[in-house]
Design a protein around this ligand. Structure first.
Ligand code: FE
Length: 140
């Protein structure tokens, strides 16, 4: 995958506003690029049918049909629900070259995408639970 997109978020707020709306933990991940501890996230082992939205702005990001159990300790997906929902950026922090995944709408940090996924596309989208809001499908 290519990490060449630029970030031009539609949803722009001050750090103060974000911190107030998101709370400390979500703020650290979404707005500061932090990473939750592996296996600490509420959605890692969620197997329910539904959609995963950005916890910062509500943007639809992933569907449960693309979620799979990876051994990494973070919610993992084979692909986004909508390709244009995310922006990929090169991340050279921590002495590695990784592809960072951000929400296109609010610029929030979601996680990283790797090339060792199980699907036909071979991608593993490794996303923080704290960056996501799960919305179960209504039954009936
Ligand atoms: Fe967002």
């Amino acid at each position: 995958m290519e990490a060449s997109s630029e970030l031009h978020p539609e949803v722009v707020k001050s750090d103060e506003q974000w911190r107030e709306e998101l709370g400390r933990e979500r703020f650290e991940v979404l707005r500061r690029g932090g990473t939750e501890r592996p296996w600490s996230g509420a959605l890692v082992t969620n197997h329910a049918d539904g959609t995963y939205r950005c916890a910062g702005c509500g943007n639809l990001l992933f569907g449960s049909d693309a979620k799979f159990d990876s051994a990494c300790g973070w919610p993992s997906f084979t692909e986004p629900a909508v390709a244009g929902a995310v922006v990929l950026l090169e991340d050279r922090s921590h002495g590695m070259v990784r592809t960072e995944v951000r929400c296109r709408r609010c610029g929030g940090h979601l996680g990283h995408v790797f090339d060792d996924g199980p699907g036909p596309g071979g991608e593993r989208w490794c996303i923080n639970s704290l960056s996501l809001e799960f919305e179960p499908f209504e039954l009936g």
